[in-house]
Ligand binder design. Structure first.
Ligand code: FAD
Length: 432
């Protein structure tokens, strides 16, 4: 029944979450993934409680996630002088019914792939299949143009094409040929992992410094009980003049620590030795902080964008991966309601394109790290008691505003009905 088949371009976090969701609601699908082999690439990402709830509903529970990460206990901002600016509990400690997980992006990605293979079989993800564009069919279906790893090409036809092919999406480029180039605001992130002892609660996310010169540090594995060491994810970031555009080699390239350690050489505190952490890295990537200008729609007939292809955003809110998972679940819910139809895609677009596009712009202006900007503006980052710089009520109000916009306000999430009711199936005859 090729006309009912959903084709997914991109087997990243969003594409695989989509395939798992379609399998759950009884919709046949195939994933075309450009790379010939899936490897556990990347470093740390955060899965917010709204995404963890969806993973649990997909049958991916704590015992799975504890193999690729650990529940977060605290989120904190610290000034350049080492003094606390703000901290709050995370996960159930903050009243959520679900934890937030800090995970290794690559290991989590492989976990999703294993689950999909167990459930649909080896053929679910076709590796070495790069989608280069698409054509609409007169009967309402769509043809994906596919380039294979050996250079040959093919035309694959289905009812729907979902572009989950990341920030450099070919599906989006075909849908919005006049979109502006990637947007880079001047921040360069060097990301890495180091085996070290976790700080504070043992599972704290710490943002340190000023908005133009900062580090983020958090563990992405449980500590080894024998050594006390965990995999510590870190991001070292500086903002530079971007008037000549990005001149680096790529968007996510392995680099040597000598390239940037001078920016952090004197960042030593009694609770963190940043230069030691950077020097002892297992792997380091250079990654300019980039996003894309929002587009007015993510739908073109039977074609839809999701994940980074739809809304690549600055990682300041730690919600790019989470939003890709939530997208997949919302689209699944729309298909339960409307069948595998254009109406389902339109319902998804109506629900998410506007608010998530706003979030892209909100993250540009520092997201929850905006508190560091305020501290910087008011006292240049030097203070003894943060209450003298920003009263506690103002700090709490700032953070609540961000969380409501990003969809992880506690009460709203806890009281929301499941995105997809247990046992719900899409009716494959609707719109056939
Ligand atoms: C290799 C890699 C490493 C990353 N590391 C980190 C990290 O350390 N920290 C972090 O915060 N974020 C990282 N990200 C980004 C993060 O995974 C995403 O922001 C987020 O998970 C949203 O997921 P996504 O599925 O929309 O996009 P992605 O995870 O980027 O997945 C897109 C997938 O589509 C595939 N693809 C691309 N073009 C095509 C095409 N034309 N046809 C078919 N397939 C295609 C890609 O190979 C990839 O598997 C990384 C992404 C990648 C691809």
């Amino acid at each position: 029944m090729p006309q009912r088949l959903v084709m997914i371009a991109g087997g990243g976090i969003g594409g695989l979450a989509m395939a798992l969701t379609l399998d759950q609601i009884g919709v046949p699908c195939v994933v075309f993934e450009a790379v010939p082999e899936l490897r556990p690439l990347g470093v740390g990402i955060n899965l917010q409680p709204n995404a963890v709830r969806e993973l649990y509903d997909l049958g991916i529970g704590a015992s799975d996630l504890d193999k690729v990460g650990l529940p977060a206990k605290e989120w904190a901002l610290v000034g350049l002088n080492g003094n606390d600016i703000y901290s709050e509990p995370r996960s159930q400690l903050a009243g959520y019914n679900w934890p937030q997980y800090a995970v290794h992006r690559g290991h989590f990605h492989i976990l999703l792939h294993e689950k999909l293979r167990e459930r649909i079989g080896q053929g679910a993800v076709r590796l070495g299949h790069r989608v280069t564009g698409y054509e609409h069919e007169p009967d309402g279906g769509v043809t994906a143009l596919v380039e294979h790893a050996d250079g040959s090409t093919s035309r694959e036809t289905g009812a729907i094409l979902i572009g989950a092919d990341g920030i450099h999406s070919a599906v989006r480029a075909r849908m919005h040929p006049d979109q502006p180039p990637i947007h880079w605001g001047g921040a360069i992130m060097w990301r890495g992992t180091t085996q070290a002892r976790p700080i504070r609660t043992g599972s704290s996310f710490v943002g340190l410094g000023t908005h133009r010169h900062r580090m983020v540090v958090y563990p992405i594995s449980h500590a080894d009980p024998r050594t006390g060491l965990a995999t510590i994810n870190w991001i070292a970031e500086v903002t530079v003049d971007n008037s000549e555009g990005w001149k680096g080699r790529g968007w996510f390239e392995p680099v040597q620590v000598d390239r940037f350690i001078h920016h952090f050489e004197d960042w030593t505190y009694d609770w963190l030795d940043a230069p030691w952490l950077l020097r002892h890295a297992d792997i380091v990537y250079e990654n300019p902080m980039i996003d894309r200008d929002p587009v007015p729609t993510w739908q073109d007939g039977s074609v839809l964008l999701l994940g980074d292809a739809a809304h690549a955003m600055y990682p300041t809110g730690s919600n790019g991966g989470s939003q890709a998972i939530v997208d997949a679940r919302v689209l699944g819910a729309c298909m339960v309601e409307h069948g595998v139809t254009r109406a389902a895609l339109a319902a998804f677009d109506r629900r998410l394109c506007g608010p998530i596009s706003e979030l892209i712009l909100r993250n540009r202006s520092a997201g929850p790290f905006g508190l560091l900007n305020i501290v910087d503006d008011r006292c240049g980052g030097e203070f003894d008691d943060i209450d003298d710089v920003i009263p506690p009520e103002e700090r709490a109000e700032f953070m609540a505003g961000y969380k409501a916009a990003a969809g992880f306000a506690v009460e709203r999430l806890n009281s929301a009905a499941p995105t997809i009711a247990p046992g719900a199936r899409a009716d494959l005859t609707v719109g056939a």
